[in-house]
Ligand binder design. Structure first.
Ligand code: 26Q
Length: 823
């Protein structure tokens, strides 16, 4: 690949121009003036001025892609967790300092007005944020790319904590308008749903299928410009909003399909109303499948319209111009949808259609958890997408003949590889469909991809040894270092120059200063200042005072048993107990910070949040603790909060049961900002350990093979309960009313899940090793210079984890794109 991207100096404008533009928008777009404007108005006026530059580059980019007839990647994702855009856009355009200065002269503080921007929280967690980092890198590397997804009216719920418990409130990120997005009514698409399939015979006796939908909905696209670093390429993220269609199919009405559709009570507008949390209860499932089809179908139509504009009805070049990356199986329905268009609309024969289709899609897997692999009841497909069900059966039929050639007569293997799961209720396995319909399949970290080959899809790997591959995840250093940690960024600029955001491997040059006492002081002074800033934020958000000299130990991620926030909590309780038993117990003061949303229907996850808050209440107010432990649960964890926590972290908790966290990406962000990882040999932690060196990370616990071995011999959590006094004491403590005065047993579900419940995530098996690793971290922090050296080496050795590297890997191994430069 020839994606040479030399650092081009970001554009710069005289600050008067910026100042004038902001004032002009204040007057002409917002109808206010400098004296009346509040922070919100200043924010909007600043957005509008920035957007002028963005749109100029967007136009040039689109022209350049069109004139060069470029091959492009289309990143299909049900989630894009973009966060706020102002700071990122300013940095990527190279306009941050000048805008800061211009606003200062107007008496306005840029940091304050950036707080006005609501997060675009159109995602659950890692998978959605990965999509956001990837589109940043694609634009930065001048790759022709479009992100496609859903324009949810409500993003992930807003979390409030009341009496220690999580309450979900609607997230209304667009209540006062989103200044970054552009509505494109000229590109509306119409999407069919429900109804029935008619079989017809053509003139030559050939069979033809015609789908008579029962409902047609409109897809209205909203474009969000994605500015690459350096401000040259501006790609788009196109998000679809559903609307009722005025179009009415009278045929179907007469055939009774309308009533059918009404009975389903699917109001077109509800399709893009809410983002589903990642637990998914049976009740809401149907709408989720419709969401998936809706955005996949809109996006495919959009791609085909653009392709036809350049190539007419000649399908022969489609797969050389278009590659579609499926972010998990959520958009996998795009595979039968493209087949439907090629067969029923373009009237290609099966083999020609399949050839195109199977050269167009590639699929990224993000999980090995069996309960997280998507399956849909065949009867639901029949109702909503009757033609797609037929096509899926036919894809499966063709595929089964391939299997027969490799394993003649082997019905066990056929059952395993079939797209259809037989049983009481026939199910469609979206993972199998995705592997069969894609030319490449990747996991998201080395260990995860190895397990995909070995445990998840071993027979597919045997059939197609080159299809399964690895692309290790990455994060954009523009948002996750340059923008969120300006002081450290300035120090790095001073030491090694300012092109590291484009060439993150250059951070390695910092390692020459790792032993330098002066640099250590500078590095740790910045960490301290970031901790002071976070302490202020924590006080404002929770009323809890924390000591910036204490170790800031953070665990920030979705709440899930496999991520083991409860392992962290049990250890905190153990420390508390040690302090009560021995007031002179030797430990560095430590602040344990948690940020996590639990899926609304995930009872035990909510119980863990409650337990953290109840333990916090007790520990924080116990004089005997003498300030040595503080526990803080920060409500409503989201991208913008992560940007405040990460620069202030000393310790990063990455403590999933080995084999269960596909990659993790928070682990990369924290280490990049100089936090030391306490972690298991899981996901990308393994590669982080390889990069930073074993002496700069605290690894503990069972590895993947040992977890597997323990399962084979039979894991009994009671062995650990009875053989480790501390484990027994803290678990029994949970059952008393010590942490929940007047409410004994309020935390008992946690103990139950770890004992009678079988402790499926091996919390007790890893407890002792975890406690030892924490003790090592505690000792290490006592040596100020030693700690500084380790922290510096973490930052210096994170170069591999830039999402630019991930994107270059995708480009080389899968997408085969060429960069297209923009003037
Ligand atoms: C599925 C069905 C119905 C409703 C929701 C969902 C759903 C939604 C989101 C299922 C899963 C997700 C998100 C998964 C996710 O974030 N996975 C994470 O992906 C990261 C990026 O690759 C990895 O780093 C994490 O290890 C992985 O957990």
């Amino acid at each position: 690949m020839s994606a040479k991207n030399t650092f081009s100096k970001p554009s710069s404008l005289p600050k008067n121009t910026i100042k004038d533009a902001i004032v002009r928008h204040l007057h002409c777009s917002l109808g206010t003036d400098e004296n009346k404007a509040n922070n919100h108005a200043w924010w909007k006026a600043t957005c509008a001025s920035v957007q002028e530059h963005v749109l100029e580059q967007l136009r040039k980019t689109q022209k350049s892609h069109y004139l060069n007839d470029t091959r492009a990647v289309h990143y299909f994702s049900a989630e894009f967790l973009m966060g706020r855009l102002m700071s990122n856009n300013l940095h990527n355009l190279g306009l941050f300092e000048q805008t800061d200065q211009a606003l200062k002269e107007l008496g306005v503080n840029l940091t304050d007005i950036m707080e006005e921007e609501p997060d675009m929280a159109l995602g659950n967690g890692g998978l959605g944020r990965l999509a956001a980092c990837f589109i940043d890198s694609l634009a930065t590397l001048d790759m022709p790319a479009v992100g496609y997804g859903l324009h949810y009216e409500h993003g992930l719920f807003r979390q409030e904590i009341k009496n220690g418990e999580q309450i979900e409130r609607p997230d209304s990120w667009r209540d006062y308008g989103n200044p970054w997005e552009i509505c494109r009514p000229e590109s509306i698409q119409e999407i069919p749903l429900y109804g029935y399939v008619e079989t017809k015979y053509g003139e030559n006796g050939e069979i033809k299928k015609e789908w008579h939908p029962g409902l047609i909905v409109k897809g209205l696209p909203w474009d969000i410009p994605v500015v690459g670093y350096g401000g040259k390429t501006v790609n788009v993220l196109r998000l679809w909003q559903s609307q009722a269609s005025d179009y009415f199919n009278w045929d179907v009405f007469n055939a009774g399909g309308y009533v059918d559709a009404q009975k389903e009570n699917v109001q077109a507008e509800t399709i893009s109303k809410v983002l589903y949390p990642n637990d998914e209860t049976e009740a809401g499932k149907e709408l989720r499948l419709i969401q998936q089809y809706f955005f996949s179908a809109c996006s495919l139509k959009d791609i085909i319209r653009r392709y036809k504009r350049a190539h007419g009805d000649d399908w022969s070049r489609f797969s050389s111009q278009v590659v579609i990356q499926l972010n998990d199986t959520h958009p996998a329905i795009a595979i039968p949808e493209l087949m439907r268009i090629l067969l029923d609309r373009a009237e290609l024969n099966w083999d020609s259609a399949w050839k195109i289709c199977s050269k167009t899609f590639a699929y990224t897997n993000h999980t090995l958890l069996p309960e997280a692999l998507e399956k849909w009841p065949a009867r639901m497909f029949k109702k909503i997408l009757p033609r797609h069900l037929e096509i899926i059966y036919e894809i499966n039929h063709h595929f089964m003949s391939e299997v027969e050639k490799v394993w003649p007569g082997d019905n066990v293997i056929k059952q395993k590889l079939s797209i259809i799961e037989e049983g009481n209720e026939k199910m469609i396995r979206m993972g199998n469909l995705s592997v069969i319909g894609s030319f490449a399949v990747n996991g998201v970290a080395e260990i995860h991809s190895a397990l995909v080959k070995k445990n998840l899809f071993p027979e597919f790997h045997e059939m197609w040894p080159n299809k399964l591959t690895n692309v290790t995840n990455g994060i954009t250093p523009r948002r996750w270092l340059k923008a969120c940690n300006p002081k450290l960024s300035a120090l790095i600029d001073e030491k090694i120059g300012n092109d590291w955001p484009l060439h993150l491997e250059k951070l390695e040059q910092l390692s020459q200063f790792a032993d330098n006492a002066k640099f250590q002081k500078q590095f740790m002074k910045i960490k301290h200042e970031n901790k002071v800033a976070l302490a202020k934020e924590v006080l404002a958000l929770t009323g809890i005072e924390i000591n910036p000299k204490a170790i800031f130990d953070v665990q920030i991620k979705r709440l899930h048993e496999y991520k083991r926030q409860h392992l962290n909590l049990l250890h905190i309780m153990a420390l508390y107990r040690r302090l009560l038993e021995n007031p002179n117990y030797d430990m560095q003061p430590r602040v344990f910070l948690f940020g996590a949303k639990a899926a609304p229907g995930y009872k035990l996850a909510k119980d863990i949040i409650y337990a953290i808050n109840q333990v916090a209440e007790k520990v924080n107010n116990d004089k005997r603790v003498n300030g040595k432990i503080k526990v803080v649960f920060l409500p409503n964890y989201r991208v913008s909060l992560a940007e405040k926590i990460i620069p202030a972290a000393d310790v990063s908790e990455q403590i999933s049961t080995a084999g269960l966290e596909a990659s993790g990406t928070g682990n990369m962000k924290l280490s990049l900002n100089g936090a030391l990882t306490v972690g298991t040999l899981d996901g990308a932690n393994i590669e982080i350990a390889e990069e930073v060196g074993d002496e700069n990370i605290f690894i503990f616990g069972l590895n993947v093979d040992e977890v597997h071995e323990l399962d084979k011999v039979g894991y009994n959590p009671f062995d650990f309960y009875y053989n480790n006094k501390e484990i027994k004491a803290v678990l029994d403590w949970l059952e008393t009313d010590y942490f929940t005065p007047g409410k004994p047993g309020a935390l008992a579900s946690l103990k139950y899940s770890l004992l009678e419940g079988g402790d499926p995530y091996k919390v007790l098996a890893d407890f002792e090793s975890y406690s030892d690793a924490q003790q090592k971290a505690d000792k290490a922090y006592g040596d100020k210079s030693g700690w500084a050296k380790m922290a510096i080496l973490n930052t210096a050795r994170m170069g591999k984890f830039t999402s630019d590297r991930s994107i270059k890997d995708y480009v080389e191994k899968i997408w085969q794109l060429e960069p297209c430069t923009v003037e």
